[in-house]
Design a protein around this ligand. Structure first.
Ligand code: SAM
Length: 260
């Protein structure tokens, strides 16, 4: 890049520079011929360029106007780079896929990583897989099992729709400027929508939100007004349990057991 770009904190700009981690991310993606790759937040192209060299074509979604021209210049003569200059939360992945499911990759802006994950879940049927770098603490929450201190809404929502596979940890020194915390790369594999078994997405999201909104309380209290005794009975879930003790399948049964 010819002119020096000052990283913007408000856009979560921590640029990856360690070649070994970049290579591990590219290996985790291992693009195959015909794959439709989409990178979220290409920044200065740390992952973009090696992916483009390897795959020949790539779509990137970048919000920072200052990075668009340098990205296009970088791709010149390397491959076909389609740059979408937009807030990723405004991008309709289903429309973008247009029938060919997407493989998403990205070192995500950490300040909006959860909204990006939930946005991707809304389009899970149009996504083959996702390889994302996030704060390690977020990856720990995404992959946590019942009984763990960090098992919560993010764990249940993601695991209901996807297999969550933590891959490796990346230290702050791999980025410029370094973030304050460790990062981790995770692979998300959306499940076949038919096998997820959730009758009503909005109802499921409401039950999970309410249950973990008051995680110290019993489900009877936390879900007061959301699930009644008959629904607990039908779902085979004890109302004396707490949210952190019940697994994803139990949340699905509770949400499917009936409306408000
Ligand atoms: N991929 C680059 C790398 O690994 O060095 C940059 C990663 S940096 C952590 C996050 C990138 O996401 C930045 O380029 C930032 O400008 C971009 N970004 C931040 N918010 C965004 C948004 N709402 N939509 C699209 N891109 C965004």
């Amino acid at each position: 890049m010819s002119t020096r770009h000052l990283p913007k904190k408000s856009l979560g700009q921590h640029f990856l520079h360690d070649r070994s981690y970049i290579e591990r991310i590219v290996q985790a993606v291992s693009p195959r011929p015909g794959d439709r790759l989409v990178e979220i937040g290409p920044g200065q192209g740390a992952i973009t360029l090696p992916l483009l060299r390897r795959h020949g074509s790539l779509t990137v979604i970048e919000f920072d106007r200052d990075l668009i021209a340098p990205l296009l210049a970088m791709a010149d003569g390397v491959g076909e780079l389609d740059v979408i200059h937009r807030d990723v939360l405004q991008v309709d992945f289903t429309a973008l896929a247009a029938g060919t499911p997407l493989r998403l990759v990205g070192n995500l802006p950490y300040n909006i990583s959860s909204p990006i994950l939930f946005h991707a879940l809304d389009h899970a049927a149009s996504i083959t897989d996702m390889v994302f770098m996030l704060q390690k603490e977020v990856v720990d929450r995404m992959s946590a099992a019942p009984g763990s201190k960090v098992y919560g809404r993010l764990s249940v929502m993601l695991q209901a729709w996807c297999q969550v596979q933590p891959l490796f940890v990346v230290p702050p020194g791999a980025f410029r400027p370094p973030p304050k915390v460790d990062s981790a790369v995770v692979r998300l594999l959306p499940r076949d929508p038919a096998s997820v078994g959730i009758d009503d997405r909005a109802r499921f999201a409401d039950v999970v939100r309410a249950a973990f909104g008051q995680r110290r309380k019993t489900l009877r209290n936390a879900l007061n007004g959301v699930c009644d005794a008959i629904q607990f009975e039908a779902a085979g879930v004890s109302p004396d349990a707490r949210a952190e003790q019940i697994d994803v399948a139990a949340f699905v049964r509770l949400a499917n057991a009936g409306g408000r």
